[in-house]
Design a binder for this molecule. Structure first.
Ligand code: ADP
Length: 155
């Protein structure tokens, strides 16, 4: 049983995330989507809503569970759930520069490896923050977010 963790704050989940998570299910038997909350940060959506949107969206793909990660170390979460790997999507060299030291630190802390998947070109330009900004100003983000998110942006 090979298990991977896809971590993020998913504020909100978008199609770039979903594409990476779906590809991860083809490499691992189980993918745990770990929804993190850093209590010093401001989020657009409550943790419970971020989890709910991820669950609603990902329920049609087999092999995925969505769990809160809390604000502890990702390395500890991976050890607790028995994960062999962390999956990260890379959009560009900025993502790489940010992620590379974290991957090395996580391997140092618990031996967990990080597997990088290159973002699909259709979604490499999107981030949750950009989508929130566009949606707040009335722009149409429906090509980039699942239905569960559109409903919440509208409400
Ligand atoms: P954060 O941990 O900064 O809150 P996010 O919740 O936005 O991150 O994203 C979680 C992870 O999803 C990121 O670490 C990154 O690996 C991946 N990701 C984010 N946006 C994209 C995208 N457009 N395409 C592919 N992967 C992405």
């Amino acid at each position: 049983m090979r298990r991977a963790v896809c971590p993020g704050s998913f504020d909100p989940i978008h199609k770039g995330h979903i594409e990476i998570i779906a590809r991860a299910t083809r490499l691992f038997d189980e993918v745990v989507v770990a929804v993190s909350t850093n209590y010093s940060k401001q989020y657009r959506f409550e943790e419970s809503e971020r989890i709910e949107m991820a669950r609603q969206t990902l329920s049609s793909i087999a092999g995925i569970t969505v769990r809160p990660m809390g604000d502890g170390l990702l390395a500890d979460f991976c050890r607790d759930v028995g994960a062999d790997a962390i999956i990260k999507g890379l959009r560009n060299s900025t993502d790489f520069q940010y992620e590379a030291p974290m991957a090395t630190m996580n391997r140092h802390l618990t031996g967990v490896e990080t597997v990088f998947l290159i973002a699909d070109s259709h979604y490499a330009h999107i981030s949750s923050s950009l989508l929130k900004e566009v949606a707040a100003l009335g722009g149409d983000v429906s090509d980039y977010v699942p239905r569960a998110v559109i409903q919440r942006f509208e409400s």
